[in-house]
Ligand binder design. Structure first.
Ligand code: NAD
Length: 332
C-alpha cells in the first residue's frame, strides 16, 4: 500500500480523497498544516506528498523530501507557481497536477462575484435580514452592451468569455497563444493587452502567475484602464499589485474589485481567523471598501471539482506505485 502525506487538508479534502476510486489502496496521512521546509519532515515514511495552492515546495523543502525518500509530488490544483519544478526534476521527484478539474467552477465563480458586486447582492442580503428594505445605494449597471476584457483564454478564460457573451456583452480577449477558431465561433475579438486595458468596462484575469505576469496589474496598467472599471481576479493574488490597487480605489479610478485570490493570502485564506486581530493592513483596508468583494480562494469549491481532483490525484498515485503512465496532461 502506498503511503502519502497530504498537506493543508480540510474536511472536504479528506472526504473526497478517501472516497475516490482506488482510495482504499492508499494509506493517507492527512496534515492540516501547510508544506514548507519546516514541515517537510512530517512526510517521513511516505513515498509521496500531496499539496495545495499555498504549500511551498521550494528547493529547500524538496531537498528534505528527497532525502526522506519521497519520489512523487501530487498537486491537487492546476497552478504550480509554488513548486520549484526544475529542482524536483533534478532531485528525481516526479510532479503531477490536476490541470482541469472543473474550469466551469472557476469561471462561474468569477461571474458570480461580478454579479454580486455590481448588483450589491451581498449588501442587499444583509439589509433585508435586518428588515431594511430600502434600495438606496444599491444601484448597479446592466452587463448587456458592456465590454468585458478576458486576459488569458485557456480553459477557464474561454468558459468565462462564453458566459459573458451570454449576457450580451462585447468580449475582448488577450492571450500570447490565441485560439482564433474559438474566438470566431463565439464572436470574440483578440486584441493586444493595451486595448483590453483601454476599452474594457470589466476586466477578468484568467492567466497563470509566472515571473513575467507578477504585478501585471500595477500603477501604470491600472491608470490605462477606463475610469470606473470593474476588476475580477480568480487566478492568483500576485498578478495584482495590492498597494497600487488600493490607491486606484481610493482615487475612484477603479469602480469595483472582486477577488477570490489575494497577494498575501497564504496563512490567511482557508483559515477561520474570526475573533483574532488581522495583521495584514492591506487586506483590512480592502475589506473596508464598499466596492470590494472578497472570497477566500473558493472558486474551485464545487462537488464536481473536488471529485475530479480526488479522482485524478488517486489515479496518478496508483500509477506511480505500479510504475505506470500518469494521466495525460498531468505531468509537469
Ligand atoms: P490554462 O493554462 O488553461 O490557461 C491559461 C492561459 O493564460 C493560457 O492560454 C496562456 O497562454 C495564457 N497566458 C499566459 N501568459 C499570459 C499573459 N501574459 N497574458 C495573457 N494570457 C496569458 O489555465 P486555466 O485552467 O484556465 O487556469 C487559469 C488560472 O486560474 C490558473 O493559472 C490558476 O492560477 C487559476 N485558478 C484559480 C482557481 C481558484 O480556485 N481561484 C482554481 C483553478 C485555477
Amino acid at each position: 500500500m502506498i503511503e502519502i502525506a497530504v498537506y493543508d487538508t480540510k474536511s472536504y479534502d479528506r472526504e473526497y480523497l478517501t472516497k475516490a476510486p482506488g482510495a482504499e489502496r492508499v494509506a493517507w496521512h492527512f496534515h492540516d498544516f501547510r508544506l514548507s521546509a519546516k514541515t517537510a519532515p512530517a512526510a517521513q515514511g511516505t513515498q509521496a506528498v500531496c499539496l495545495f495552492v499555498n504549500d511551498q515546495a521550494d528547493r529547500a523543502c524538496l531537498t528534505i523530501l528527497a532525502a526522506l525518500g519521497v519520489k512523487f509530488l501530487a498537486l491537487r490544483c492546476a497552478g504550480f507557481n509554488n513548486v520549484d519544478v526544475a529542482a524536483a526534476r533534478a532531485l528525481g521527484i516526479a510532479v503531477v497536477r490536476v490541470p482541469a478539474y472543473s474550469p466551469h467552477a472557476v469561471a462561474e465563480h468569477a461571474v458570480a462575484l461580478l454579479l454580486t458586486l455590481n448588483r450589491k447582492i451581498h449588501r442587499a442580503f444583509n439589509r433585508v435580514r435586518e428588515l431594511n428594505f430600502s434600495l438606496s445605494g444599491l444601484v448597479g449597471f446592466d452587463l448587456h452592451d458592456k465590454t468585458v476584457g478576458i486576459v488569458g483564454t485557456g480553459k477557464i478564460g474561454r468558459i468565462a468569455a462564453q458566459i459573458f457573451r451570454g449576457f450580451g456583452t462585447e468580449v475582448l480577449a488577450h492571450d500570447p497563444f490565441p485560439t482564433p477558431d474559438w474566438a470566431a465561433m463565439h464572436g470574440i475579438r483578440y486584441v493586444n493587452f493595451d486595448t483590453v486595458l483601454a476599452e474594457s468596462d470589466i476586466i477578468s484575469l484568467h492567466l497563470p502567475l509566472l515571473p513575467e505576469t507578477r504585478h501585471l496589474l500595477n500603477a501604470q496598467t491600472l491608470e490605462r484602464m477606463k475610469p470606473g472599471v470593474f476588476i475580477v481576479n480568480t487566478s492568483r493574488g500576485k498578478l495584482v499589485d495590492t498597494g497600487a490597487l488600493i490607491a486606484a480605489l481610493k482615487a475612484g479610478h477603479v469602480g469595483g474589485v472582486a477577488l477570490d485570490v489575494y497577494e498575501e493570502e497564504e496563512g490567511i485564506f482557508f483559515e477561520d481567523l474570526s475573533g483574532q486581530v488581522l495583521h495584514d493592513d492591506e487586506l483590512s483596508l480592502l475589506l473596508n471598501f464598499p466596492n470590494v468583494l472578497i472570497t477566500a480562494h473558493q472558486a474551485f469549491l464545487t462537488r464536481e471539482a473536488l471529485g475530479e481532483i480526488a479522482r485524478v490525484t488517486t489515479a496518478n498515485l496508483l500509477q506511480f506505485e505500479t510504475g505506470g503512465t500518469f494521466l495525460t496532461g498531468t505531468t509537469l
